[in-house]
Design a protein around this ligand. Structure first.
Ligand code: G1P
Length: 294
């Protein structure tokens, strides 16, 4: 089987849940400690072995592309002042063997449509999809969940969809996987029977929610080409995956890390606390500060 080298990251959303912060800058550029959310996500992909990243973007979001580009004046200034540490942090955001390109999503027609906009760039290879609102924190683990999913994809020859248990009253916010009543242990995968996007609580087949990490075969792009609008009138990736599992094995991978949904205010704050308590420059002072709060 071909190794997984490509990732699609849809970044064309309007960020309405974090307004007004995201009025003039993309929500993906809001910082979690010292890096924008999108950089955390790109680093996760690179750790999982990804070499080509396709951003699916739209007008008004060029700050994301600029962030991964070189900044000649800034680098020159830092170099002449011998600020090597800071220089390295801005110059080496992605290693030289990783490329980042962008394609446009001309209309907001849903996640499935956004992913399909990258079809030409993915060019008939397996690929990862990462929803950048969700940060997956694997703390000090040697391998991150995405790495484990890529390995499972290559070993089992089956698509991997990251899931986690969510409270019953939240199933209507997610894609939900029906795994025949089986709940895989953390770090394990099990076959999916059916998938449904944002079901009503009483109709949800399980509490296993799709979290925003997928490792998919090239076939998904062909299925997306024919996927009709579904939940919310949008072209849903979940619907294409529900088609895929009728043809080949698709597995739910139960995550081991923690997730933070930076697309909403509370999740964004929680991410900053969790990451701030881990960052070598802020951990100690931040812990003391938090201990003093009422
Ligand atoms: C999207 C997907 C959904 C998934 C969710 C995870 O929904 O369509 O299947 O569970 O992301 O965050 P959205 O949150 O964009 O409505």
């Amino acid at each position: 089987m071909t190794t997984v080298r490509k990732a699609v990251i849809p970044v064309a959303g309007l960020g309405t849940r974090v307004l007004p912060a995201s009025k003039a800058i993309p929500k993906e550029m809001l910082p979690v400690v010292d890096k924008p959310v999108i950089q955390h996500v790109v680093e996760e992909a690179i750790k999982a072995g990804i070499k080509e990243i396709v951003l699916v973007t739209r007008s008004g979001k060029s700050a994301i592309e600029d962030h991964f580009d070189s900044h000649y004046e800034l680098e020159h200034q830092l170099e002449s002042k011998n600020k090597t540490g800071i220089l390295n942090s801005v110059r080496n955001i992605v290693p030289s063997d990783v490329t980042i390109i962008s394609v446009r999503q001309p209309e907001a027609k849903g996640l499935g449509h956004a992913v399909y906009c990258a079809a030409q760039a993915v060019n008939n290879e397996p690929f990862v999809v990462i929803l950048p609102d969700v940060l997956v924190n694997n703390f000090q683990q040697h391998e991150n969940d995405l790495q484990k999913m890529v390995k499972a994809f290559e070993q089992h020859n089956a698509a991997q969809i990251m899931v986690e248990s969510v409270p019953q009253n939240m199933v209507h916010l997610y894609g939900i996987a029906d795994c025949n009543g089986i709940k895989p242990s953390a770090g394990e995968s099990t076959a999916i029977n059916a998938m449904v996007e944002k079901p009503k609580t009483e109709e949800a087949p399980s509490d296993l929610a799709v979290v925003g990490r997928y490792v998919l075969p090239a076939r998904v792009m062909e299925l997306l080409a024919d996927t009709k609008p579904g939940a919310g009138g949008e072209i849903q990736l979940t619907d294409a995956l529900d088609e895929l599992l009728r043809e080949q094995t698709v597995e739910a991978y139960r995550m081991t890390g923690k997730t933070y949904d930076c697309g909403n205010k509370l999740g964004f704050l929680q991410a900053n606390v969790a990451y701030g308590l881990q960052h070598p420059e802020t951990a100690e002072g931040f812990r003391q500060f938090l201990a003093q709060q009422d």
